[in-house]
Write a protein that binds this ligand. Structure first.
Ligand SMILES: Nc1ncnc2c1ncn2[C@@H]1O[C@H](COP(=O)(O)OP(=O)(O)OP(=O)(O)O)[C@@H](O)[C@H]1O
Length: 294
């Protein structure tokens, strides 16, 4: 792979973190303000403020595949958006290699559930556009090489000149993955990346992600609703409590050897215990949410 470097102009370090820690979340709280303006009052759509996340502290180590799982609406996407710099925390700090980060940056690449491709651009156009935006001075020859390498990496060779509407959902998400990887982020963030796909395509793409991860061993943080997906891909699974004021309940260490094959993972002696523990966690938290609404 072509190596790309960039100057992220990091802010000064504000705290000591362990050498093996790449990303440190320190007391991240997110409170969404309520709506009390005259228009909301007129439309009877006022709301009070809502604390989505309450003092989340986490250390993510280099080259780990980490999944975040929790009951629906607990704040998984909010947390990922804060890590991506697309949302700001109400309090707390986010440190990357010990340096404070306060906005989006090319050190974090994001893959969205709805692909978020430019519909008027081709496959290579979408990837080249991301590269141009992040590395405006990159020579065209290098840009072409990076685009080609990443199209190859996600198995889309031959589809370079197609537009998103000519591609299946699975192929569009491959473009989303290639685009995120092309900017050579230190951390790949994925928000329910396979959530909009049918079961078979989802299975294929999970295996593709496992293959790509083995090649690159980049740190990945993935939000998912799927226990099986988290178990297949992750080194660690962060289980969140229900909101409001969601916290980290427990972090599961996943012991399956790599490279992973679905059949081997599913027949590992620890698989059923881990799956049961996750099911019980999700059931308990979801049941509590439902009870609170009755
Ligand atoms: N802009 C906002 N203003 C007010 N509340 C918000 C806003 N965005 C999210 N929320 C609330 O914050 C909570 C967390 O939302 P978030 O989308 O992060 O949860 P999630 O765990 O990713 O959900 P899901 O599992 O359904 O994808 C929800 O209760 C949601 O309604």
């Amino acid at each position: 792979m072509t190596s790309i470097s960039y100057n992220n102009n990091p802010a000064p370090a504000v705290a000591e973190v362990g050498e093996d820690v790449q990303l440190s979340l320190q007391g991240i709280t997110k409170v969404f303000p309520g709506k009390k303006d005259w228009m909301s009052k007129l439309l009877r759509r006022t709301s009070s403020e809502f604390m989505a996340l309450d003092e989340i502290s986490l250390d993510i180590k280099h080259n780990k595949f980490v999944s975040i799982i929790g009951p629906s609406g607990c704040g998984k996407s909010t947390l990922l958006n804060i890590i991506a710099g697309l949302a700001s925390p109400s309090s707390g700090a986010l440190l990357m290699n010990g340096y404070l980060v306060e906005g989006p940056g090319p050190d974090r690449g994001m893959v969205f559930q709805n692909y978020a491709l430019m519909p008027w651009m081709t496959v290579e156009g979408n990837i080249a556009f991301a590269l141009e935006t992040v590395y405006p001075t990159m020579p065209k020859v290098q840009q072409k090489r990076v685009v080609k390498e990443n199209i190859e990496l996600v198995g889309l060779t031959g589809a370079e000149t197609k537009h998103p509407h000519e591609l299946s959902g699975g192929m569009q998400q491959r473009v989303g993955i290639a685009r995120a990887l092309a900017i050579n982020p230190q951390i790949l963030l994925m928000d329910e990346p396979f959530g909009a796909l049918d079961a078979l395509t989802r299975g294929f793409l999970q295996e593709e992600i496992e293959r790509i991860w083995e090649q690159q061993r980049k740190t990945v943080i993935m939000v998912t609703h799927s226990i099986e997906e988290a178990l297949l891909l992750s080194d660690e699974i962060i289980m969140m409590t229900r909101g409001p004021g969601a916290k980290v309940d427990e972090i599961l260490e996943i012991p399956f050897p790599r490279p992973r094959k679905r059949e081997e993972v599913e027949t590992h002696p620890e698989y059923n215990n881990l799956k049961l523990e996750m099911e019980q966690h999700l059931y308990r938290e979801t049941r509590a949410v439902e009870k609170s609404r009755i």
